[in-house]
Write a protein that binds this ligand. Structure first.
Ligand SMILES: [Zn+2]
Length: 398
């Protein structure tokens, strides 16, 4: 660093450079407070002339190309009359407790938007915990204060964060696509915690919530915001019915003759797929053969299509009538699984009919799910749920 000075790259007003050296490829810059200015308190910004002590700390600054830059920064501890305590002076260089300058911290925060914490740490040459803490601090400033104003329609779903075991409850503003809240687990308590955070006026402003037929969530809504219309998601209901189709296939297979059993081979996949999505002629033929052979299986597939129709009505009367017809057909099959499903639909009838007024669904959350998986990788998993949540708020902020 003989002829080249770092000074032009140094927009810091309250300090002066006293020495610059290059040690093992890293720039060591010694800086000291500019005595023309009185020290100011980092908490309240008031000037103070009561100097308590001098101290020094190395802080990392932005790299100069590939050269790492260390500032050996002298600064003062002062007694602030306003705060009535000894505080660190504010040099506009690094926030107290930081081991990096504010501009490096901002840069790291930007990097964390596009790469993992580990990658950002490696790229700049800073410890990954430092990077994570910095990113978290900025996120807390930007997204830490929840905003529940203007919420009218929500979509709520659980997201599995570790195969089948750990769940998060995600609350989405249906109209803007913003993730508004994330809670651990998927119990009634979990969702109640969200409603507890809303003011009475915010709760009153809620109109409808799209969700799965998941009793703990239903319980929380009925208890905390009983006026809100629950709307059950078609996709989830069809997915549940697919299990019925599979059970029917199993029981029909057991009843079938040895000869007919051959037609069942590999049929599980054919039955679960949308009929129009079957591309291979061979698959279509096998399905037709099976449907001709077995009336019960034929009927459950028809029921699957009819099930979707219930969600297509805007009139409660018609939707109600179609639902009744559907249940009668399902019971006529004399199959235990199908009858049980009819019972389920009747039990949740209210939330199916509500779809007539609010044609909403949780499909939007499917996209959220995928994005969250990417964030999980970037944010070092979910060990720090707060950090993980903030990253999600950031990703869905608009
Ligand atoms: Zn102060």
């Amino acid at each position: 660093m003989s002829n080249l000075s770092i000074a032009p790259y140094f927009p810091f007003r309250r300090i002066r450079i006293t020495n610059e050296t290059l040690i093992q490829g890293a720039a060591h810059i010694e800086v000291t407070p500019d005595r023309r200015f009185h020290p100011i308190c980092h908490l309240c910004g008031q000037q103070s002339s009561s100097i308590h002590s001098w101290t020094e700390r190395p802080v990392r600054d932005l790299n100069l190309a590939s050269t790492r830059v260390w500032l050996f920064c002298q600064y003062r501890k002062i007694f602030c009359l306003h705060c009535q305590r000894i505080v660190t002076e504010d040099l506009g260089l690094f926030p107290p407790f930081f081991r990096v300058t504010l501009r490096l911290a901002q840069y790291l925060h930007e990097l964390c938007k596009v790469m993992t914490v580990k990658e950002a740490a490696q790229h700049v040459g800073v410890d990954w915990k430092t990077v994570k803490n910095i990113d978290k601090l900025f996120l807390e400033q930007e997204y830490g204060q929840p905003n529940y104003d203007g919420l009218r329609i929500l979509a709520i779903d659980e997201i599995s964060i570790r195969k089948g075991h750990r769940y998060l409850t995600v609350v989405l503003d249906y109209l803007t696509g913003r993730v508004v809240w994330i809670g651990k687990q998927r119990k009634a308590r979990t969702l109640s915690r969200f409603f507890n955070q809303l003011t009475a006026a915010q709760r009153k402003a809620l109109e409808a919530i799209a969700m799965d037929m998941w009793d703990p969530y239903i319980k929380a809504v009925q208890k905390k915001v009983p006026h809100v219309k629950i709307v059950f998601d078609l996709f989830h209901v069809v997915a549940q019915f697919s299990k019925v189709i599979d059970q029917v296939r199993n029981s029909e297979y057991r009843k079938a003759s040895q000869e007919d059993k051959a037609v069942f081979k590999g049929a599980k996949y054919l039955l679960l797929k949308n009929r129009s999505h079957l591309r291979r002629k061979k698959d279509r033929q096998q399905l037709e053969e099976l449907l001709k052979l077995n009336e019960v299986i034929n009927s459950v597939l028809i029921l699957k299509e009819k099930l979707k129709h219930i969600w297509s009505y805007r009139s409660r009367t018609w939707a109600n009538k179609t639902l009744d017809e559907w249940c009668a057909l399902a019971r006529a099959l004399n199959d235990r699984a199908a009858s049980k499903f009819a019972q389920t639909l009747e039990r949740y009838r209210y939330g199916i009919l509500n779809h007539c007024e609010y044609s909403i669904h949780t499909g939007k959350l499917e996209g959220v799910n995928n994005k969250i998986k990417v964030i999980k990788r970037k944010a070092y998993g979910f060990h720090d749920l707060r950090y993980f949540s903030l990253k999600i708020f950031q990703a869905f902020a608009n």
